[in-house]
Design a protein around this ligand. Structure first.
Ligand SMILES: *Cc1c(COP(=O)(O)O)cnc(C)c1O
Length: 337
C-alpha cells in the first residue's frame, strides 16, 4: 500500500527494529531505563531545554504541558484550529479542568496577538485566569515565521503568560525556515515534539521544558496512565528518529513540491495555490468525487483520506515513483468518468 493519508503511517526501519530488539531497558517509572534516559537527555540538549520527558503520544505531551502550566480553573489561549483544542478529545478541560479560549487562526496559521490581548481575562472573580498561550508550528503544514514567534514571546512576557508550542512537526518547520531547531524552541517555555510522524518512529513523543516543569509533567504522566516501564524498547527507535529523521525531511518537502506540480496538471483537481506547505499538499476535487476516487485508489493499492479538499502527506515511505503511481491512477480514474 502507498499511503498518503498522514506521516503517522511510516513503519519502523530495519535499523529501528534492530535497535528496539537490542535496547538496554529498565523500569522507567523508577527512572531506571537507560535508553529512555539517554533519549530524554539527548532531546533536552538538542532542543535547548533543561529536561525532557518521553510520552506515549503527542496528545499526551500536550495534555501534560497544559496541566503542568495551568491549574484547575485556569485557561489557555489557542487557535480555533489548534490540535490541542480540536483533536485531543477536550483532554485539557476533561482531565485538567483547564478551559480553552480558542481564537480564530489567521490564514497563515498564526494567532493575531491583538486578538490574543483582547481575549486575556481581567483579574475579576467572574473569569478564569488566563495562564498560557499555545501555538502550533507547523499548523496544517504551514510554518510560523521566527519574527512572529519572537513577538509572541514578547507578548507573553508583557502579559505574564507562559508560552507552549505544539511542535508535533517542529522539525519540518526548522527545515523549511532554514534554521537550527533551537532558533525556534528558544522562544517557548515548553515544546512537544512527535517522534512518530515525519521523523519515522513507530510510537512516542517528547515534552521539553525546565527541570521543575518536567518533574510536574512526570507526576501527571503517571496519573494519566503514561508510566511505561521498559519503554526503552520504544525510545530506542525514537533515538534514531530524533538523530536521523530531521536530515531527510527536506526530501519529504521536495516530494510534496513534485506531487503538487503533478496534481496541478490534472484538470479535475484544483491544487490550493499555497500548496505545498512543508510535507502537505491540499487539492480540491472540482466535482466532488472524493469518495469514489478514494475507493478506486484503494483498489489500486493507494490510500488517501476521502475529504474535500484532499490532504496528501509525504513521508519516509513515499518516494517519487510512488507519486508517479498516484498521479497515473488519478488520471486513469478521471478518464473513465
Ligand atoms: C499529530 C499531532 C498531535 C498529536 O499527536 P499524537 O501522537 O497523534 O497524539 C498534536 N499536535 C499536532 C499538530 C499533530 O499534528
Amino acid at each position: 500500500m502507498i499511503d498518503f493519508r498522514s506521516d503517522t503511517v511510516t513503519r519502523p526501519t530495519r535499523a529501528m527494529r534492530e535497535a528496539m530488539a537490542n535496547a538496554e531497558v529498565g523500569d522507567d517509572v523508577y527512572g531506571d531505563d537507560p535508553t529512555v534516559n539517554r533519549l530524554q537527555s539527548y532531546a533536552a540538549e538538542r532542543l535547548g531545554f533543561e529536561a525532557a520527558l518521553f510520552t506515549a503520544s503527542g496528545t499526551q505531551a500536550n495534555l501534560l504541558a497544559i496541566m503542568a502550566h495551568c491549574g484547575r480553573g485556569d485557561e489557555y489561549l489557542c487557535g480555533q484550529n489548534a490540535h490541542n483544542y480540536r483533536y485531543e478529545g477536550g483532554g485539557a478541560a476533561v482531565l485538567g479542568s483547564v478551559q480553552p479560549q480558542p481564537i480564530e487562526n489567521e490564514p497563515d496559521g498564526s494567532i493575531s496577538l491583538d486578538k490574543a490581548r483582547a481575549a486575556i481575562k481581567p483579574a475579576d472573580a467572574h473569569f478564569a485566569i488566563t495562564r498560557l498561550l499555545s501555538l502550533e508550528n507547523t499548523i496544517g503544514g504551514r510554518v510560523l515565521s521566527l519574527d512572529y514567534q519572537q513577538q509572541a514571546r514578547q507578548f507573553c512576557d508583557n502579559h505574564g503568560l507562559l508560552l507552549h508550542l505544539d511542535g508535533a512537526r517542529v522539525f519540518n518547520a526548522a527545515v523549511e525556515t532554514g534554521c537550527d531547531i533551537t532558533d525556534i524552541t528558544r522562544y517557548y517555555d515548553s515544546v512537544s515534539v512527535c517522534l512518530s510522524k515525519g521523523l519515522g518512529a513507530p510510537v512516542g513523543s517528547l515534552l521539553l521544558g525546565s527541570g521543575a516543569f518536567i518533574e510536574r509533567a512526570r507526576r501527571l504522566r503517571k496519573m494519566v496512565g503514561g508510566g511505561m516501564r521498559q519503554a526503552g524498547v520504544l525510545a530506542a527507535a525514537g533515538q534514531i528518529a530524533l538523530e536521523q529523521g530531521p536530515l531527510r525531511l527536506q526530501d519529504d518537502h521536495a516530494n510534496a513540491q513534485y506531487l503538487a506540480r503533478g496534481l496541478a496538471s490534472i484538470p479535475e483537481l484544483e491544487v490550493d495555490p499555497d500548496s505545498p506547505q512543508t510535507n502537505m499538499v491540499h487539492a480540491r476535487c472540482r466535482r466532488d468525487k472524493t469518495g469514489e476516487l478514494s475507493d478506486y485508489l484503494a483498489r489500486e493499492g493507494i490510500l488517501i483520506k476521502a475529504a474535500n479538499p484532499i490532504r496528501f502527506v509525504t513521508h519516509l515511505d513515499i518516494n517519487q515513483r510512488d507519486i508517479d503511481t498516484l498521479l497515473k491512477a488519478i488520471k486513469t480514474f478521471y478518464q473513465h468518468r
